[in-house]
Design a protein around this ligand. Structure first.
Ligand SMILES: [Zn+2]
Length: 149
């Protein structure tokens, strides 16, 4: 099956010459006013132009991050900050047989907080991250919040 990016054109040479390549990716993330944490993904799969005549001096100018690439960066940021990743939160919630609304009510969270964590839009605070780990891993703790909710 053709992937949607196969129809995309390179931003620089305007040719349909994008291909999957692995690049080293580095960035920094900050959370709750702590010093920035460096992130390095040595083999991030991205889309980049494979046309040898296209921007040889600045190959990074043709790099496009697709959804899979952005998701990997997001997950790596949570991991580097020492937080449960969006995938881990969702998997643990589903393992407990709870939907987002049910878990929010148990933990006293408002709005669409859980959805924003599970889609990687917002980092959970360190204290709520600790609470999630306790509820996910200690059956007595889950039973306790169920009784008090
Ligand atoms: Zn190009």
């Amino acid at each position: 099956m053709a992937e949607k990016w196969e129809k995309w054109r390179c931003d620089v040479c305007r040719q349909r010459t994008l291909g999957r390549v692995k690049l080293r990716y580095e960035t920094e993330v900050q959370h709750e006013g702590r010093p920035p944490v460096k992130i390095c993904i040595p083999d991030l799969e991205v889309l980049a132009c494979t046309n040898p005549d296209c921007h040889p001096a600045h190959p990074n100018d043709t790099v496009i991050h697709d959804d899979a690439s952005l998701w990997r960066i997001t997950e790596e940021c949570y991991r580097a900050l020492g937080l449960l990743t969006p995938t881990e939160i969702r998997a643990a919630r589903e393992r407990l047989g709870l939907n987002q609304q049910q878990l929010q009510e148990l933990l006293g969270l408002g709005g669409n907080t859980l959805s924003r964590w599970e889609t990687g839009h917002v980092y959970q605070s360190r204290s709520l991250d600790a609470l999630l780990r306790i509820v996910f891993n200690v059956p007595e703790a889950l039973a306790f919040v169920r009784r008090s909710a």
